[in-house]
Design a protein around this ligand. Sequence first.
Ligand code: GRF
Length: 188
Amino acid sequence: MVKKKIAVFISGRGSNLKSLINHSKKKNSLFKIDLVISNNFNVKGLKIANKSKIKNYYVKYSNKRIFENRVLKLLNKNKIDLICLAGFMKILSKKFIKKFSSPIINIHPSLLPKYKGLNTHMKAIKNKDKYSGATVHIVNDKLDSGKIIIQEKVRILKSDNEKTLKKKVLKIEHKIYSKAIIKLLTNY
Ligand code: GRF
């Protein structure tokens, strides 16, 4: 079986990247993390990639067009089948999404369509929601808006604060991202 080649885009810590790497190392995994791209220099996620001997690049984000052209070259050169955004803090242009003809997916720490953008945990607590969770979705040119692939929820307890909720949701993120990839790859 030929494993699908994934490029993971990050901006920082890379805990989702780490969980995808772990999953890709399992016997019979359908995918391989082939490339890691970060718009930030010297971040933990790049160190994780290095440690796992995965090709990784810091691509300076001087402006969207230059950044995206450089990234597209790397993607084509490495024959990437799927892009996974994992804590990547930039919005990709319509042009980029069109030019990269394979799927691009993202993980978001809320039950989309609720709470797009930042500070999702704070918003959920403030609104006294009973549940929060995480969502993996297809990326389009609007923020956190594409078709949902997988979503899983977690109960918000009265005792929860932003920090405890974030931790619970992150645990779910690590569980559902690889599941969503498999779902996507096997439905293709
Ligand atoms: C995650 O909560 C992800 O859902 C959000 O940014 C965070 C990235 O965390 N988009 P990490 O870099 O994967 O640890």
